[in-house]
Design a binder for this molecule. Structure first.
Ligand SMILES: Cc1cc2nc3c(=O)[nH]c(=O)nc-3n(C[C@H](O)[C@H](O)[C@H](O)COP(=O)(O)OP(=O)(O)OC[C@H]3O[C@@H](n4cnc5c(N)ncnc54)[C@H](O)[C@@H]3O)c2cc1C
Length: 389
């Protein structure tokens, strides 16, 4: 079997690369989604990518896409992640949009999809709560019907990008007497309204990327209920499958690993090139094999999406394997770079401009966000292998 991109896909990759070379600052090594200038740049890039029609190219045309293949979309995601390029609202494009296409009403699709395609809005995900993470179905945020609205009260936590968001997809309890999975509804709420309070949380890498969000009598029109009342668990679970899919894990890791390999070729210790140390070269070879496996899992997921299937155990496989690999590469990098590896990017002595240090710090949370590795393994075991709960 030969895995090959079509000539059209390869042509698009070249076009995208040229675009990124032109648009990204000289010497670009990647940015974060932080406050200030970086966020302005994020939005600027988003608009340019949207104008090209690239953010949502696999969507149907009526919602702002161009009906391109999922493999074409994969090429875009892979190249963007490899170049560490900013500009995508993953919550909107990768998670909410495909979920709405399955569970949303026609009115919801027409209202919410085009602004995502035009790169005009930022979404965030209100799932986790202070007492509900892995056991998400135990969530307590209440939504009570009142006329044409729901009135929402409760607290969400670890809400990434809430401080930038225009809208939130929020899981709420609408029937407190039903079994926990059967009393949940999936709502789309406006973040810029009275009663929504966003409290910043600073992570261990000293970045502001997530928040606590408090809802105090927040009104959500009933037309913003996605799927059936009290059946929101299933809508929320579909979204998680899309969230956990993606070639980003392997493409980002591939880049870091390539940089590490180059560093080991260019630098010596005790008169010997690092790469000539068999312990190091074997480690790098092993990680290269695993990066390739991670890439192939994500290609399979893209193929499933192109066949109209919702990847489930495959997403959990890709997510757990890809994020554990991110950590393994960062750990190997820290071991190879020695004490200098701990220096932050602003130190002139930090190897690879502190990228391994940053990756080491940031990848800790990768096996927690979007469901921990333990939860992914539970899904693979029960839904994938049919093992008992
Ligand atoms: C960087 C980052 C970004 C995030 N962004 C968002 C966001 O935008 N929106 C959002 O809603 N949430 C977000 N989260 C929250 C994330 O989804 C939760 O942290 C995650 O689901 C785990 O929940 P918890 O932190 O409450 O841990 P807990 O559920 O308390 O888990 C603690 C430990 O127990 C283990 N465990 C729990 N239950 C089981 C079980 N049944 N079997 C085996 N082991 C188990 C877990 O694996 C873990 O090791 C984010 C988290 C991070 C780290």
């Amino acid at each position: 079997m030969e895995f090959k991109f079509t000539a059209e896909e390869e042509k698009f990759r070249v076009e995208l690369r040229e675009f990124l070379t032109k648009e990204l600052p000289d010497g670009w090594t990647g940015g974060g989604e932080e406050e200030g200038d970086d966020w302005d740049f994020e939005l600027e890039m988003r608009k340019k990518l949207a104008d090209k029609g690239w953010l949502t190219m696999a969507w149907p045309e009526e919602y702002g896409g161009s009906g391109a293949s999922h493999m074409m979309q994969l090429v875009f995601a892979e190249e963007m992640a490899y170049q560490r390029a900013p500009g995508r609202d993953q919550f909107g494009t990768k998670m909410l949009a495909p979920t709405l296409m399955i569970h949303g009403t026609e009115e919801q699709k027409r209202e919410y999809l085009p602004p995502i395609a035009r790169g005009e809005v930022q979404w965030c995900q209100g799932y986790s709560e202070p007492e509900s993470g892995s056991d998400l179905a135990s969530l307590q945020t209440r939504a009570v019907e009142d006329g044409d609205d729901f009135v929402v009260n409760g607290t969400k936590i670890w809400t990434s990008n809430a401080h930038h968001a225009d809208h939130v997809m929020v899981l709420t309890r609408t029937d407190p007497d039903a079994p926990k999975h059967r009393g949940i509804s999936f709502l789309l709420a406006d973040m810029k309204q009275p009663g929504v309070e966003v409290r910043p949380i600073i992570n261990m890498a000293n970045n502001h990327s997530f928040n606590m969000v408090v809802f105090d009598d927040v009104r959500v029109p009933k037309r913003n209920l996605v799927g059936e009342l009290n059946r929101g668990w299933y809508v929320g679970a579909t979204l998680l499958d899309f969230e956990r899919s993606g070639v980003e894990y392997s493409a980002g890791t591939k880049r870091t690993l390539e940089e590490l390999i180059q560093f080991c070729k260019d630098n010596s210790r005790n008169g010997r090139r690092l790469i000539d140390d068999p312990k190091i070269s074997r480690k790098l070879a092993d990680l290269t094999v695993k990066t390739e496996i991670s890439r192939l899992i994500s290609y399979q997921i893209a193929w499933m999406q192109s066949a109209g299937l919702v990847p489930n155990k495959e997403s959990s496989m890709g997510k757990s394997f890809g994020t554990e690999l991110q950590q393994a590469v960062a750990r190997a990098g820290m071991e190879i770079l020695g004490l200098y590896g701990q220096l932050e990017p602003d130190s002139k002595h930090s190897p690879l401009q502190g990228r391994i240090e940053q990756s080491y710090m940031m990848s800790v949370s990768a096996t927690i966000a979007a469901g921990t590795s333990e939860i992914q393994r539970n899904i693979i075991a029960t839904r994938g292998l049919g093992l008992p709960r």
